[in-house]
Design a protein around this ligand. Sequence first.
Ligand SMILES: O=C(O)CCC(=O)C(=O)O
Ligand SMILES: [Fe+2]
Length: 402
Amino acid sequence: MTVCRPGGLKKSAVHTHDLRHGNQSAPGPVLSHTPSTMPSLTVPHVPHYTHPAATQQELDYADLAIIDLSKAGDAQGRVELAAQVREAMKTQGFFYIVNHGYTEAQTERMFDIADVSFSGVEAEEKRVYTAQMKQTGSYQGYKPRQYWHVDNGVRDQLEHYNINRDVTKKQHPEALRPLLPEIDAFARHTHFNVLHPILRLMAVGLELPEEELVNLHGFSSVGETYVRFMKYYPRSAEDELNTKNVWLKGHTDFGTITVLYSQPVAALQILGTDGKWKWIKHLENALVINAGDAMEFLSGGYYKATIHRVVQPPPDQRNHTRLGVFYFAMTDDNVRLVPLASSPVLQRVGFTRRCEDKDAPDMEAWRRGRTSAYGQSELKVATAGAEVEEEVIGGVVVRHYN
Ligand SMILES: O=C(O)CCC(=O)C(=O)O
Ligand SMILES: [Fe+2]
């Protein structure tokens, strides 16, 4: 099989193609949404998760654009926001979203619910719901602590629990079952009121019809867009030393869009074009958005998947757990990850193929390959002395950054 390298083939001749090769039909546009399963008026009691206070440390923060999503309601607003998103994607690859329609109290409640997956479930029950990442190439369920190799024999100290946006698709631990209506409403809110509006802005940025990317991300289609709850635990001094304080190695996300609900523990860093790592600052009730590999493939490199990592928090936030709430979006499984060559923008500026279209993976192959290999496969050092390792997944070279 052809191996497609980062940077890929140079500027392509423009030709269009059919993105869908299954019999799944594209869902129509969804402009607004009401959750099908409304939480009841009295929600189950769950313990409150307390984050540590925001750090007082002066950190070298990335200067990210703040996109006010309340302006996306009319066409003129969307054109303005699309330009801001395009600029943010060209420079940092990460941006904030504010005014996304979820209140601070709702966000706080979702973090409380997230912690139930970890503090409210015994180790034995967690084992029952552990994801078979390597065998199935799917994250649905728990990723246990120490499943991944970080560096120098040190294994990770973070666990996550992943829930398909269709919360009924799998069984969940007992403590989470009464909370499923709220998790369902959260997934739908993020899908329809955050993900879809962002995809519209990104389509406008490519001068494509507004619904072009939305139509590849059906809530009810076959695919694995999911909610992730994630908890990091403080590590030993020895582990910190042997990994140079890296908790989660530099990587790109493999889907299209990642939505991170901002929380106060500073640890996430992004790699700038100058080769320097910058910290992501916590903004109260904001979302941190970035594009992943699938978006980079679809946009022929126009919207890049920015490399990011997680490191030890600053001294005033150490010795505390770090809880995260995410929505990892992907296209429907049957979408072939080849450039949207009908985009007038891509036709003007040119675009990169990582692969010949005929060799390009579909979303399912790409997510399965990335999931089963991550943290498990033998990595080769890309260039002598460089802090970059690489592996080949589904015919595409994937790089990991220390
Ligand atoms: O914990 C974070 O802030 C980022 C986690 C992350 O990059 C990931 O799960 O892909
Ligand atoms: Fe990530």
